[in-house]
Ligand binder design. Sequence first.
Ligand code: ANZ
Ligand code: ZN
Length: 876
Amino acid sequence: MAIERYNPRDAEPRWQTVWDENKVFETDTADPRETYYVLEMFPYPSGRIHMGHVRNYAMGDVVARYKRARGYNVLHPMGWDAFGMPAENAAMERGVHPAAWTYQNIDSMRAQLKLMGLSLDWSREFATCDVEYYQRQQHLFLDFLEKGLVYRKQSKVNWDPVDNTVLANEQVIDGRGWRSGALVEQRELTQWFFRITDFSQDLLDALDDLPEWPEKVRLMQRNWIGRSEGLLLRWDIAQDPFAANTPDITVYTTRPDTLFGASFIAIAADHPLARAAAAMSPEIEAFCEECRRAGTSLAALETAEKKGLDTGIRVRHPFDAAWELPVYIANFVLMDYGTGAIFGCPAHDQRDLDFARKYGLPVTPVVLPRDADAATFSIGDTANDGDGVMINSRFLDGMSTSEAFEAVATRLAATTLHEAPQAERKVNFRLRDWGISRQRYWGCPIPVIHCDDCGTVPVPKRDLPVKLPDDVTFDRPGNPLDRHPTWRHVACPHCGKAARRETDTMDTFVDSSWYFARFMAPHQDAPTDPAIADRWLPVDQYIGGIEHAILHLLYSRFFTRAMRETGHLGLSEPFRGLFTQGMVVHETYSRGEGAGREWLLPASIRIEEQEGKRRAFLLDGGDEVAIGSIEKMSKSKKNVVDPDDIIASYGADTARFFVLSDSPPDRDVIWTEAGVVGAHRFVQRVWRLIGEAAPALTDIAPVSGAGGEALAISQAAHKTLKAIGTDYDKLAFNKAVARLYDLVNTLAAPLADVAAGKSEAATVAAAREAVEILIALMAPIMPHLAEECWRAIGGTGLVARMPWPTFDPALVAENEMLLPVQVNGKKRAELTIARDADQIAIEAAVLAIDAVQAALGGKTPKKVIVVPQRIVNVVV
Ligand code: ANZ
Ligand code: ZN
């Protein structure tokens, strides 16, 4: 009987409504079953979802549906990371209010996500720009402040003098503001900081206890935290033309072993000594100013040409009072790392070498690599930063670098300079405290008030929320909160006098640092309900992009610790399992060259295969266009496919199935029209096979087969069941997809026979069971199709609520074995035979082997010894 094509446009919304109405995915946090919390990094409401979202949420949804079937009480929530610059840009460009823009975008993206059939608990949804959410963030801020986890300090910022705003390092391009193009200045501003560095060591150590995180992410975090062990080492000042009144300069070094290779000292432009010198020398002043303008970003410093200025100050070598070294101000020394001063050892540090070559300073190698020849070793253009044996280093000669480190550290700790030890050991971290002040409107207001008499006064909790005013203007650059006529004027909560609100808002990374802890009690008055949160946290499986490997994850780890210190949570790690998915990539199409090149949407193109060569033509007009490289889908290259279009043409199940197929989930997946068409063909095939057999399968009790065709069907189904369970546990979605294809292939002929009424009762019962298993296996990936098939075979209830089937171990046991066969103790052959074959069957099979017959040479064997499951020996 022919059956109608599966129509996702009809089936998908229908099942979505059923799930919704039955609140199938709403989580009762009090349900006593074991909890499982799966979370995908929540989206920024830019307006439309893209294929990257589809892949990310499809993965999370498979996990959620699978774990639910496994009997867990699953929490799978969704929210919006809704504060940030794009909303303000839209306000400036189009005059739409940031709130209106954001909530409109949320509405359309929510509608898009709903089309995907995700098993989300929408009753917990929130946006970080909801006053209900940011009020609790202000509450956390006040608690952190009370605990000393927040402070204010002067710090340098990139200031755009045209837009009148602070810029993030990423917004400074070649020293200019990204919007205005104005030369960026360095300004000192008082800003708010979170004391993340209080936790540097703990954040580092605890990475070892996150085995379910990708090693590359842990490595990136380790590097970011950047722990190093070194020495604070003081150099006695021998000559100081500026009489700066400092007796010595302290440097931070991780390589005291190279001390005899030192050829200069370099200090940052903001070092107190540099400032003292600048006050007396216009030349130095000008140079320091130039250094400051170049920007504070590390990347800028790495690539910038090394520049320095000799100050005329001279210092004495710690081991040789007669050895004087020059002190430079250098652009590659940062004030906020170590002590803002270094000793340069050109032979063993590339920056120092570049600097020394430029200014004609000595280059003395002091470490000889293990494989180098002492007679010929010299330094050319590349510094040698490896280990080796000390040379040219007086009492250190012959030691290893680590022995020399120890020797120098020990000696100088025992030596005094100006009545203090000349050196002390020091652990340093690259991690800096987290500056959260942003001079922006669309963010969470920092809840403090500035009073001339009382200083900085926290807003009392009873006065929260500090709400963003609605009536703001974006006609001028700068922070609209600053120029609002009334908002900032308040009475001091302390003394009642006229005072001013803080007009900075928080970095949007703050918003995303604790949202996962809010989902368990999204309507709670306090930021969290610690008892519920602790039962559910850490998140069992967090899924998102590798671009968040450092900041978002580190800030969340800090926040969890800070919330523990302030009693909002009882644990320190937010995410037990982390998975970083690959991107969705697509071929690019274009016409024209160079600046005139026009990128073309895949939807505007038709691909033709001609003699094995793929060619692309415009749908409109038919002109041939160029096929370019495969790249991450992006608006700039227009190589995007709109999820809405795909869902409209093929349905959500096809889209979900396709983004999970082909590539391992941590790798990129190439989106192709042919791939989607193939996935859709599979959807139709499953529907046709099951749908056509459905009348014959309805009201049949599922029973595993015991022999013949029925057994083969049951074995295939149970083996796949076992394997796909493991695949889902390991997030190996692509493997599960491949196995679904295989199982459907295996079931195709038997199901066709069943449909045609040609099968025995045992086969039909086994087929019914196999189809039930198939439905359960595909349900996490193609949930709508699964429900539709289940209904077709007369199933009751929802697949979304069905438990995961259990495989029968007897049916998945490998039923064949491989036995070595010996003749008189010498191996002659191998026999593949059923695992449960008896002595007689094995004997007969062995004697039928040609190689065995040949070895027997016509003689009759005396006996055949079978060691069960191990070996067979034929004795002549
Ligand atoms: C002498 C030396 C010799 C160094 C040598 C390196 C190689 P990490 O491991 O990242 O902590 N340094 C210290 N403070 C600095 C600052 N404010 N700006 C720029 N560079 C600074 O790096 C520590 C090393 O970086 C220190 O060890 C210092 O140079 C440099 F063959 O001291 B070293
Ligand atoms: Zn006051």
